[in-house]
Design a protein around this ligand. Structure first.
Ligand SMILES: C[S@@+](CC[C@H](N)C(=O)[O-])C[C@H]1O[C@@H](n2cnc3c(N)ncnc32)[C@H](O)[C@@H]1O
Length: 303
C-alpha cells in the first residue's frame, strides 16, 4: 500500500509537471487533456456484501460512479454510494493531499477491510444500538452507513481527514437519508493531528478500517482515540487492519504507550475466515490475494 500510494503521488506529480507544459485554457488552467486520468488499480474485495454499479448510460465519461450495496440481512435496505470511477485521478487530488497533509487512498476505492468491517457491524448490530459512533478515516464510509441504516445507533459520525473524501461522504449520506430512521448521521472533516477538544469524551464506539499503515500518524491517531472515547461507561475502538509489514505492530506499540489495552483476533467471523482460506490456497476470484495486505485483523482497543 505504501508503495502504491507513493507511486500514485509521483504519477500525479509527473502529470502536474507535464500539465504545466501543456496548452492552457483561457482561465490559465491546464486543459482537460492535461488533466487526463492516471491509471490506478482498484482493489479486489471479499464480496461479502453484494454490490453492482448503477448505470448512468447518459454520461460514460464522468468522474464518479454509483454502486448499489445489497446488505445480506433480511429486510435491510440497499445503500447507494458514489465513488470515484476506477482509474480516475486528477491534479486537484495531489494539490489537496499536499495542502491538508493527508493521502489520497480514500479516493482510490473501498478497501477490502472496509467491506469486512461493514459486514462485521451488520452481524453485531447490538454493539451499536443506542450508541454514539464515529468512523475515522472512513473513505467512502460504507461501514458507517451500514451502522446508520441497520443498528438503531443514536448517532453516527463518518469522518476523514481528506476534505475531498468528506465531500463524497456527505453525498453518500444525502443519497441514503431515507433509510436512517431516527439515527442522526453526519459527515466530519477530522484529521488525526487536529485539535478535537470540542468533541472530546463523546463517543461510545469508534470504528476504523485500514488506517494503521501511516506510521507518521500513529501518535496522532492514538491521541484522537484517547480524546474521543467517553469516560462515561464502557467505550471502545474497533479497528480492522491488515498487518501491512510492521505497521500494525508499531501502531499497537504506540497505543500501549498511551495506556490503552487491546486484543487482536485473527479468526473473528466464520464467513470471512472461509473466504480468506479460499483466497490463500488459490482462488481465481482474487489471484493477487496477499494476507499481509488484504486480510484485516480485528483489533479491539479500550482504556
Ligand atoms: C486506506 S484508506 C481507508 C479508507 C476506508 N476506511 C477503507 O478501508 O476503504 C485510509 C483513509 O484514512 C484517511 N487518512 C489518512 N491519513 C489521515 C489522517 N492523518 N487523518 C485523518 N484521516 C486520514 C485517508 O483519507 C483515507 O480515507
Amino acid at each position: 500500500m505504501e508503495a502504491k500510494a507513493s507511486s500514485l503521488r509521483w504519477g500525479i506529480l509527473r502529470q502536474a509537471i507535464l500539465g504545466r507544459c501543456s496548452p492552457q485554457n483561457h482561465d490559465g488552467h491546464p486543459t482537460s487533456s492535461a488533466m487526463k486520468s492516471i491509471s490506478r488499480k482498484a482493489s479486489q474485495g471479499f464480496n461479502l456484501i453484494p454490490s453492482h454499479p448503477v448505470d448512468d448510460k447518459e454520461d460514460s465519461n464522468r468522474k464518479d460512479s454509483c454502486t448499489c450495496y445489497i446488505l445480506p440481512v433480511p429486510g435491510a435496505p440497499k445503500l447507494f454510494l458514489t465513488q470515484r470511477a476506477d482509474n480516475v485521478a486528477d491534479l486537484s487530488d495531489f494539490e489537496n493531499s499536499n495542502r491538508y497533509n493527508v493521502d489520497n487512498t480514500g479516493l482510490v476505492c473501498n478497501w477490502p477491510s472496509e467491506e469486512v468491517m461493514a459486514y462485521f457491524c451488520l452481524s453485531h448490530a447490538d454493539m451499536f444500538r443506542t450508541k454514539r459512533v464515529i468512523e475515522l478515516g472512513s473513505g467512502y464510509g460504507l461501514a458507517g452507513l451500514v451502522i446508520a441504516a441497520t443498528t438503531e445507533a443514536l448517532e453516527v459520525v463518518i469522518s476523514d481527514g481528506n476534505p475531498q473524501v468528506v465531500d463524497y461522504i456527505q453525498q453518500n449520506i444525502d443519497s441514503n437519508t431515507g433509510v436512517f430512521s431516527r439515527t442522526k448521521v453526519k459527515s466530519m472533516a477530522l484529521h488525526w493531528e487536529q485539535d478535537i477538544s470540542r468533541i472530546s469524551d463523546t463517543f461510545d464506539v469508534i470504528i476504523a478500517s485500514d488506517c494503521t499503515f501511516f506510521k507518521e500518524f500513529h501518535k496522532g491517531l492514538a491521541c484522537t482515540l484517547k480524546l474521543l472515547l467517553t469516560d462515561n461507561g464502557p467505550s471502545e475502538a474497533i479497528f480492522f487492519s491488515p498487518k501491512r509489514g510492521d505497521s500494525l505492530d508499531k501502531f499497537l506499540e504506540t497505543i500501549q504507550e498511551y495506556g490503552f489495552r487491546y486484543s487482536v483476533t485473527e479468526n473473528y467471523d466464520a464467513d470471512v475466515w472461509r473466504l480468506h482460506q479460499g483466497f490463500m490456497y488459490g482462488n481465481e476470484f482474487w489471484p493477487t490475494y496477499d494476507k499481509d495486505h488484504c486480510y484485516p485483523l480485528l483489533v479491539r482497543i479500550s482504556l
